[in-house]
Design a protein around this ligand. Structure first.
Ligand code: NAD
Ligand code: MG
Length: 339
C-alpha cells in the first residue's frame, strides 16, 4: 500500500511483468495484491507459462504484454534481455511508458540502449524472490534500492517509488542509487565475496585439511557445513553477534589468523576484480562467453561439480534429513544471482 499522500501514479497503468521466475513471480503477485493491474509476458512454450496461469494471471507473449502497458518490468535472465528488448519491447512499448529493471547490467554496459521517449528505472529488492513474496504476505517487505536512468514523463521517481511500494519494499526501506552503483556493487559482491570468494575460501580450507591427512568428512563439516552457523549470525547481528556466540578461543584465532589468510594481497586483487567490472572488461568477457555458447563457463562449472568436496558433501548431506531437497536443487540451478 502506498505511504505517499499523492495519488499512486501506477493506479491507472497496466503493468507488464516479463519473466515469471524468482523475481517475476514475486513482483507480479505482490503488485496484484497491492491492487494494481498486472499482465504477465512469457514465451508460449516456456517453463513458467502454466505456473503464471495457475496463479490466475492473464499470460500472453512478451510483445503483446508490452503493448498498452504503462510500465514494463524486465524480469527475465539478464543475458536474454537484449534480444527480448529488440524483438518485443522496442517495437511495442508506448511513448511515455516506463521500462523497469531489477538489475542495471544491460543498461549500464550499453547492451540495451532504451528508446529516448520512455522512462528507464530500476527497483532491486535486496533478497530472493521467495522472500520478497513471503515478507509481503506477512505484511512486511524486503528493502529495495531504486534508481532513475531516464526521466521523460517528469514522474519517473514517483513511478519507481510506487513500484517499490507495490512489491512491499516501501514497508521496509528504499534506498536511492544509480544504475552504475547498483550494477558494479552487485557484480563485485557476487564475484569477490559471495559466490566466488566464499566458495574458493571453503575449497582452499578443505584442500588444506585433506592434504594434511585429515578425513574429508571431518574437513567438510569444519569448512563448509558450519559456515552456515557463522553466516546466520552475520545476517542476524553482524560481527557483534558472531563474536558473542563463538568461544573465546575461536575469537582469538579469528583475530590473529584471519588477517594472515585474508591479507593485503587479497584486498589488492579484489581491487583488480573491481577495476575489471568498472572498466567493462568483465561485461565484455561475459557477453562474449554467453554468445559463444558458454564453453568456459561449462568447463569451470563442471570442475566445481567434480571437486572432491562435492562427492563427500553429497554423501554426508544424504544423512542429514533436515537439509531440505530444495536447497540442493538451488545449488544445481545455473546462474542464480546471489545479490
Ligand atoms: P529467473 O531465471 O528466476 O527467471 C527468469 C524468467 O524469465 C522465467 O520465467 C523464464 O521462463 C523467463 N524467460 C527466460 N527467457 C525468456 C524470454 N526470452 N522471454 C520471456 N521470458 C523469458 O530470473 P531471476 O533470478 O528472477 O532474475 C530476473 C532479473 O532480476 C534479473 O535481471 C536479475 O539480475 C534480477 N534480480 C534477481 C534477484 C534474485 O534473487 N534472483 C535479485 C535481484 C535482482
Ligand atoms: Mg569457483
Amino acid at each position: 500500500m502506498s505511504t505517499h499522500s499523492n495519488p499512486n501514479p501506477l493506479a491507472k497503468a497496466r503493468i507488464a511483468v516479463l519473466g515469471y521466475g524468482s523475481q517475476g513471480r514475486a513482483h507480479a503477485l505482490n503488485l496484484r495484491d497491492s491492487g494494481l493491474d498486472v499482465v504477465v509476458g512469457l514465451r508460449p512454450n516456456g517453463p513458467t507459462w502454466h505456473k503464471a496461469e495457475a496463479d490466475g494471471f492473464t499470460v500472453v507473449e512478451p510483445g503483446e504484454a508490452v503493448k498498452g502497458a504503462g510500465l514494463v518490468a524486465v524480469l527475465t535472465p539478464d543475458m536474454v534481455q537484449p534480444t527480448l528488448y529488440k524483438a518485443s519491447i522496442e517495437p511495442n512499448i508506448k511513448a511515455g511508458a516506463a521500462l523497469l529493471f531489477a538489475h542495471g547490467f544491460n543498461v549500464h554496459f550499453g547492451q540495451i540502449v532504451p528508446r529516448k521517449d520512455i522512462d528507464v528505472i530500476l527497483v532491486a529488492p535486496k533478497g530472493p524472490g521467495a522472500l520478497v513474496r513471503s515478507e509481503y504476505e506477512r505484511g512486511r517487505g524486503v528493502p529495495c534500492i531504486w534508481a532513475v536512468h531516464q526521466d521523460v514523463s517528469g514522474q519517473a521517481e514517483a513511478i519507481t517509488k510506487a513500484y517499490a511500494d507495490g512489491i512491499g519494499g516501501g514497508r521496509a526501506m528504499i534506498i536511492a542509487t544509480d544504475f552504475k552503483e547498483e550494477t558494479e556493487t552487485d557484480l563485485f559482491g557476487e564475484q569477490a565475496v559471495l559466490c566466488g570468494g566464499a566458495s574458493e575460501l571453503v575449497i582452499a580450507g578443505f584442500e588444506t585439511l585433506v592434504e594434511a591427512g585429515y578425513q574429508p568428512e571431518i574437513a567438510y563439516y569444519e569448512v563448509m557445513h558450519e559456515l552456515k552457523l557463522i553466516v546466520d549470525l552475520f545476517y542476524e547481528g553482524g560481527l557483534t553477534k558472531m563474536l558473542q556466540f563463538v568461544s573465546e578461543t575461536a575469537q582469538y584465532g579469528d583475530y590473529v589468523s584471519g588477517p594472515r589468510v585474508i591479507d593485503a594481497g587479497v584486498k589488492a586483487r579484489m581491487k583488480d576484480v573491481l577495476r575489471d567490472i568498472q572498466d567493462g572488461t568483465f561485461a565484455k568477457n561475459w557477453t562474449e562467453e554467453y554468445k559463444a555458447g558458454l564453453p568456459n563457463y561449462k568447463k569451470l562449472k563442471q570442475a566445481d561439480l567434480d571437486h572432491p568436496i562435492e562427492q563427500v558433501g553429497a554423501a554426508l548431506r544424504a544423512r542429514m534429513p533436515w537439509l531440505q531437497p530444495e536447497a540442493v536443487e538451488k545449488a544445481a540451478t545455473p546462474l542464480k544471482k546471489a545479490g
